[in-house]
Design a protein around this ligand. Structure first.
Ligand code: ADP
Ligand code: MG
Length: 319
């Protein structure tokens, strides 16, 4: 049996009340085990509690209640032992802009008590691993967003942690860079056998993880392999665009006794159905339908089913 990289039980975190805002329960009774070598994703909307969980794992904040162990070490009683076991990539960039790529890594090495020949070797290996060797003399501020992220990852790996945690690492990257970064992360996990925990609010990214937790309002509402979770939903999902989606939704529900939901101005119907259902809807309401599509359920559908909202819903964005 492989050992646990992360063992969280009954984790609750409250931020104290401030002027004009009430006390906030950012995490609410989270329990979660992540085995060593897993690529684990934490998917959730803005304000779901991802960064709070991340800050607790990285020993930046002390949780209100519950226990968190990383490779058996307790984050509260032994934070420095935990820090030596983990590499951390924060949501906001943490590079020294006026230093070169290589200098950024060397500075990090000093922080971890490395020096001399072994540090140089270590930096070289790290740069090569993240495809940065040719870029080592460039100033951090001149790099593209995707390259900056890779430098941050190389930095976080310099002390050879067994667990790498990344908080929304692809924020601000274009789709091409996002994919490239994910390729690096997967290669890292494959080659080094590291455990990776990545937070994201993007379903496509969560789909690439071995297992995910769906975190909403501080609670895990779903946990498992993305394919399994989607399979649980079963059936198909029909999406319909219309000039008056509210009205059409009501009419479809009445006509077909099917539950429908409205998300981002689109009507969505989850149903075990044959192709004839689509034809029937089309036949009856064609004048009101701009477009109609049918597809397998996505993680967005799962989230919708569990919470009644969309992950990307601006209503629960606190950004
Ligand atoms: P996510 O990273 O998923 O967007 P966060 O962990 O940042 O979520 O936030 C979870 C909840 O905690 C939100 O309601 C947020 O407003 C609140 N929160 C986060 N940081 C603080 C803080 N420093 N003080 C008070 N409330 C906070
Ligand atoms: Mg966050």
């Amino acid at each position: 049996m492989s050992s646990l990289a992360i063992n969280i039980s009954g984790l609750t975190h409250r931020y104290p009340a401030k002027k004009g805002s009430e006390e906030r329960k950012a995490l609410d009774g989270v329990s979660l085990q992540i085995p060593e070598r897993e690529l684990f994703g934490v998917l959730g909307p803005n304000g779901g509690g991802k960064s709070t969980l991340f800050k607790i794992l990285s020993t930046l904040i002390t949780p209100t209640e519950g226990s968190v162990k990383i490779f058996g070490e307790d984050v509260i009683s032994h934070p420095s032992r935990v820090r030596s076991l983990i590499g951390v990539v924060f949501q906001s960039p943490a590079l020294d802009k006026k230093l070169t790529v290589e200098e950024n890594l060397i500075a990090q090495g000093y922080l971890y008590g490395q020096s001399g020949h072994s540090l140089r070797e270590n930096v070289k290996a790290g740069l090569e691993r993240m495809g940065l060797w040719d870029r080592r003399k460039e100033f951090a501020e001149k790099l593209s967003g995707g390259l900056k992220r890779r430098v941050e990852i190389a930095k976080a790996l310099l002390h050879s942690p067994r667990l790498l945690i990344l908080d929304e690492p692809t924020t601000g990257l274009d789709p091409g860079m996002r994919r490239e970064l994910w390729d690096y992360l997967k290669e890292l996990q494959n080659k080094s056998g590291m455990t990776l925990v990545v937070t994201t609010h993007l379903m496509e990214e969560a789909d690439g993880c071995e297992r995910i937790a769906l975190l909403d309002k501080g609670k895990i509402v779903s946990l498992g392999a993305p394919q399994e979770l989607r399979k649980e939903l079963g059936g198909n999902v029909i999406s319909i665009k219309s000039a008056d989606p509210e009205r059409l939704k009501t009419e479809i529900e009445a006509a077909f006794k099917a539950g429908a939901s409205l998300a981002d101005g689109e009507i969505r119907i989850e149903k075990e159905m044959g192709p004839d259902f689509l034809a029937q809807v089309m036949g009856k309401f064609s004048s009101q339908i701009h477009s109609i599509t049918i597809g397998k359920p996505t993680l967005e559908d799962l989230f919708l089913r569990k919470t009644g909202r969309r992950i990307s819903d601006p209503e629960h964005s606190h950004a």
